[in-house]
Ligand binder design. Structure first.
Ligand SMILES: *[C@@H]1O[C@H](CO)[C@@H](O)[C@H](O)[C@H]1NC(C)=O
Ligand SMILES: *[C@@H]1O[C@H](CO)[C@@H](O)[C@H](O)[C@H]1NC(C)=O
Ligand SMILES: *[C@@H]1O[C@H](CO)[C@@H](O)[C@H](O)[C@H]1NC(C)=O
Ligand SMILES: *[C@@H]1O[C@H](CO)[C@@H](O)[C@H](O)[C@H]1NC(C)=O
Ligand SMILES: *[C@@H]1O[C@H](CO)[C@@H](O)[C@H](O)[C@H]1NC(C)=O
Ligand SMILES: *[C@@H]1O[C@H](CO)[C@@H](O)[C@H](O)[C@H]1NC(C)=O
Ligand SMILES: *[C@@H]1O[C@H](CO)[C@@H](O)[C@H](O)[C@H]1NC(C)=O
Ligand SMILES: *[C@@H]1O[C@H](CO)[C@@H](O)[C@H](O)[C@H]1NC(C)=O
Ligand SMILES: *[C@@H]1O[C@H](CO)[C@@H](O)[C@H](O)[C@H]1NC(C)=O
Length: 857
């Protein structure tokens, strides 16, 4: 039932776009590929084809697409200057997994589809850091034309440093032809300015006699294709300085004389990093964890082969996810390849890691994991558990000695050493952990985490009860310094009630009663000290009668139905928000409280999800949308409501933006919580070998997904307001009880890696190199240079191609508007049968009348 519900919601998200015709629904920044914090490319939607794609944190990415029709060349991606001509942009379409850019290149119409898969049913596939770019073409005049297509990536995907030395190799297997590129001097697990030193970029395509490829400077590759429609020539070297000219890695294909492509030309592009995370275990061992896919594929070449060959299926899965059928993805099982008896993966120890993007770079920052939790609960609650596991594991070990929950498990992604430092957010972070532990158990039905870490969770609940309703005078994660903060106190009380529910699910009746009693007593006191004298609203801090706040911390009470705050209070508070909104002149939203002019996108969505009136809810959210669509800078978490200026640390691209799913997450049904018998015991299916086991797995990034899904959600919500007449959007159908009209935020991405743990490695506790450690080593074929078909000697200097001087390549973050003629960029028509949808609606409605969840006890 849950699967149905989720897939149905995705249908709604998808369909919503079908009816969006207003170009303002396309965000200024649209994602092209998002598979990790390091392979994360965007483009300015208002200037597609007239600008270079860019890295999420800023910096040009040289990524060029060309098509040659009857010897005339057009640019369809990237911008090397006005010659060759740029294809006319005719449409831009976003779905949860895909960005489709439609263009006209002379006599051909083309669709470039950027697919960043969201593998909701398979963490292993999700961990493969590659995305697809597919190109389809159709003759406008019905007459066949001679067509060649081309795509390249420049060294800028590896580093923005124009003095760096890059090394590369190329190879062709039975299934794929690809180039791989890395820094010559690379340090494992070191990041500078959000870039990884040890990234291996790959551009690949399926092997075919009509495929040709080349590594050379930008002018050379693009010029050769323009002149001849075919690439070739042995690269002069296997390494070069990055900038001026830029080394580019190109792959083209001759499609022949066609009226239309029978199947799309597909490139696979991505960035590998292995190990992906350094994780300190509860026993203090440092594990170098590998991406989850490394448990199935022994090197880059085999994972690239599998990925390239999988395109049709991956596209079908994405379409199904986009449209309707989530569970179909489980039909496709990953291809496991033998690892040899020495290399065993402990598949019961999968973990996921998140980077605090745009803020601090911390690993699994608890407040932002908490903010993003609605998203993870929504797409696959198992993933939510993968995120909690490393936090719980570390803090439940002798390494950790604080009486409250930690803020993260490391200061600098990707180094997850754990952090046992005292801090002043103990009350807040302990509450966050208790709330997430219960939310995960309920949404997934999996009681293993709460049972394994029951003692730890109880310690945190006891810590909370020690403060009664007076939270310590602490700095909150939002930098608020008020004492007796209403908002902070309620989160703690909900945390205590969550502990009671956890105890109940585990049959700890006494504990359950004890914490329930604390929670209900505290809730009463809280209401009396936190209410304004007229009882009409809640104060920002006790006794400060002139104050008010967005009570976003009551959201988990709604999510978990803990009943800590009564309905009258929600209703009164909703009315109060309404009066605040009508009294404000700010077009960018309501501040977090009466003492500040700052607001927070995530918390505004939490607040909106607590309101009892959809008009008020929308009035809270609309201004955030206004901010998001007007802001030409990367999207942010925190900004000033009067000027819309972001704060210095503003949370651009921060995973906390997953809070956009807060209203949707209210509809996720609870499951009976079951504690697996093996929980806590060692894995009976574990391999018996104890020699040289390799480090686990990380790597996948669910984030991309997130981002794209965010955009869709934004568009959906936006749509609903305009299409009230469209019956299928009725509130009843869309959400169980909290319909949303317009959230909107287009959010950037979160970055998570998955990891499965390492089996007991050798006795000294040191981990071995992962099998992927070999991935950067060129094979014999690679060493021999390019082996793709159709090489030919270098042509003379190109004539028809003018490359833009590199100095003209401004980072797009500075772009305000394109100067070239910009085509319309309407979000348009994804056609989904209305009938289909209606059936889905009926299913949802049928689901809704089923009995509420119960707990096994
Ligand atoms: C773009 O559209 C204009 C006007 O229809 C047309 O003249 C021009 O040839 C088109 N450009 C391309 C690259 O198709
Ligand atoms: C969620 O992900 C897990 C891990 O990959 C998978 O086993 C499970 O089937 C997924 N759940 C759904 C509903 O697809
Ligand atoms: C591009 O996609 C649109 C919408 O799906 C479709 O109507 C059109 O035929 C496609 N064009 C090509 C060239 O495949
Ligand atoms: C790192 O650099 C070494 C030495 O140049 C090279 O052998 C190795 O392949 C590189 N690895 C990666 C992942 O870039
Ligand atoms: C680009 O490469 C070509 C062929 O290798 C070479 O002749 C040309 O000088 C290079 N261009 C620059 C600017 O180095
Ligand atoms: C394509 O058509 C052109 C002219 O119409 C012709 O010269 C060429 O040989 C054809 N190519 C193929 C592969 O059929
Ligand atoms: C916090 O509230 C409690 C109870 O209302 C009060 O006793 C205490 O003085 C307050 N603390 C501060 C710093 O205002
Ligand atoms: C409070 O509101 C919720 C949702 O609107 C409803 O399910 C619940 O029954 C209400 N509780 C009371 C005591 O009225
Ligand atoms: C596999 O991982 C699980 C969960 O962390 C752990 O309990 C188990 O002991 C591990 N198995 C082996 C053989 O290390």
């Amino acid at each position: 039932m849950r699967v149905h519900l989720w897939s149905s919601l995705f249908v709604l998200l998808f369909v919503s776009l079908s009816y969006s015709q207003d170009s303002s629904t396309v965000p200024v920044r649209i994602p092209l590929a998002i598979r990790s914090p390091y392979y994360n490319a965007w483009v300015d939607s208002t200037a597609s084809g007239h600008t270079w794609p860019f890295f999420w944190a800023g910096g040009t990415l040289g990524w060029q697409g060309l098509i040659r029709v009857d010897k005339q060349v057009y640019q369809w991606l990237g911008f090397s200057g006005l010659n060759p001509p740029v294809a006319n942009l005719t449409n831009t379409q976003l779905t949860p997994t895909q960005t489709v850019i439609s263009m006209q290149a002379g006599p051909m119409d083309i669709n470039a589809t950027f697919l960043s898969p969201i593998e909701t049913a398979d963490a292993l596939k999700q961990s493969i850091p590659l995305s697809y770019l597919s190109l389809e073409a159709k003759s406008r005049d019905g007459v066949p034309h001679s067509v060649q297509v081309y795509c390249d990536i420049s060294g800028e995907f590896v580093t923005p440093d124009t003095n760096a030395i890059l090394t590369w190799s190329s190879s062709t297997t039975g299934s794929s032809s690809f180039h791989q590129i890395q820094l010559q001097i690379n340090q494992s697990l070191v990041d500078t300015n959000n870039r990884a030193h040890d990234l291996t970029m790959v551009i690949a395509t399926q092997s075919n006699p009509e495929v040709s490829s080349r590594i050379a400077n930008d002018t050379e590759c693009r010029g050769q294709f323009s002149d001849d429609g075919i690439l070739g020539g042995t690269p002069p070297t296997t390494s070069a300085k990055m900038g001026n000219p830029y080394p580019v890695f190109s792959i083209s294909r001759d499609l022949g004389n066609i009226t239309q492509t029978s199947s799309p030309m597909v490139w696979a592009i991505g960035g590998f990093r292995d190990p992906a995370i350094s994780f300190t275990t509860s026993t203090g061992k440092v594990q170098q964890r590998s991406p989850l896919f490394a448990s199935s594929y022994s090197d880059i070449s085999s994972v690239v082969d599998a990925f390239v060959v999988d395109f049709a299926d991956a596209k079908a899965r994405a379409d199904k996810l986009d449209i309707q059928i989530l569970d179909a993805a489980s039909d496709i099982s990953p291809t496991y390849s033998s690892m040899g008896s020495d290399n065993k993966w402990n598949m019961s120890d999968v973990k996921m890691f998140m980077k605090d993007m745009g803020m601090s770079g911390r690993v699994n920052p608890v407040e932002n994991v908490y903010a993003a939790f609605p998203f993870f609960l929504y797409i696959n609650s198992t993933y939510a558990g993968y995120l909690l596991a490393p936090l719980l594991e570390y803090q439940d070990s002798p390494q950790y000695s604080q009486p409250y929950a930690a803020r993260d498990i490391g200061q600098n992604y990707p180094i997850a050493t754990g952090s046992n430092i005292p801090h002043s957010q103990g009350y807040e972070q302990s509450s966050n952990m208790l709330i997430m532990a219960l939310a995960h158990a309920r949404a997934s039905g999996d009681g293993s985490l709460i049972s394994q870490h029951y003692g730890l969770l109880k310690d945190w609940a006891d810590y909370l009860t020690s403060f009664n309703v007076t939270p310590p005078d602490a700095t909150t994660v939002d930098q608020e310094r008020q004492s007796n903060t209403t908002n902070l106190a309620i989160k703690g009380i909900i945390g205590i009630k969550a502990m009671s529910e956890i105890s109940k699910a585990l049959n700890q009746v006494e504990d359950a009663d004890r914490y329930a009693n604390f929670a209900s007593a505290f809730a009463n006191t809280w209401l009396s000290v936190a209410s304004s004298s007229d009882g009409q609203h809640l104060l920002a801090s006790y006794g400060n009668s002139a104050s008010w706040a967005q009570i976003y911390n009551s959201y988990p009470d709604r999510l978990l139905q803990t009943g800590v705050v009564d309905n009258q209070t929600y209703e009164a508070q909703t009315k109060y928000y309404q009066s605040l909104l009508s009294g404000t002149s700010s077009q960018f939203g309501l501040p977090l409280d009466s003492s500040t002019d700052i607001t927070n996108t995530a918390w505004t969505f939490f607040t909106a999800a607590t309101t009892t009136d959809s008009t008020v809810r929308d009035s809270l959210i609309n201004p955030v949308w206004t901010h998001a669509t007007k802001d030409t800078r990367p999207l942010v978490l925190q900004y000033k409501v009067d000027t819309s200026d972001p704060l210095p640390t503003n949370g651009a691209s921060n995973p906390a933006l997953g809070a956009v799913f807060a209203p949707l997450a209210l509809s996720i049904p609870s499951q009976s919580i079951v504690v697996p018998p093996s929980s806590g015991a060692s894995d009976s299916t574990s391999p018996t070998t104890h020699s040289s086991i390799v480090g686990p797995v990380v790597g996948g990034v669910v984030g991309g997904v997130v981002l794209i899904a965010f955009i869709v959600v934004g568009a959906l919500f936006w749509r609903r307001r305009r299409r009230q007449q469209y019956a299928m959007y009725s509130d009843k159908v869309y959400l169980h009880s909290q319909p949303i009209d317009e959230p909107p935020v287009i959010i950037p991405y979160t970055d998570l890696t998955l990891s499965s743990t390492q089996l007991p490695s050798s006795d000294n506790g040191e981990t071995q190199d992962s099998p992927l450690g070999t991935m950067a080593r060129p094979s014999k074929a690679q060493e021999a240079g390019l082996t793709s078909a159709a090489y030919k000697p270098s042509p003379p200097a190109s004539s028809s191609y003018s490359a833009a001087p590199s100095s003209s390549r401004e980072p797009p973050t500075e772009v305000t508007s394109p100067t070239t003629n910009v085509s319309n960029s309407d979000v348009l028509g994804l056609r989904v049968e209305v009938e289909n949808l209606r059936r889905v609606m009926q299913e949802i409605q049928a689901d809704r009348i089923e009995a509420p969840p119960s707990y096994a006890d």
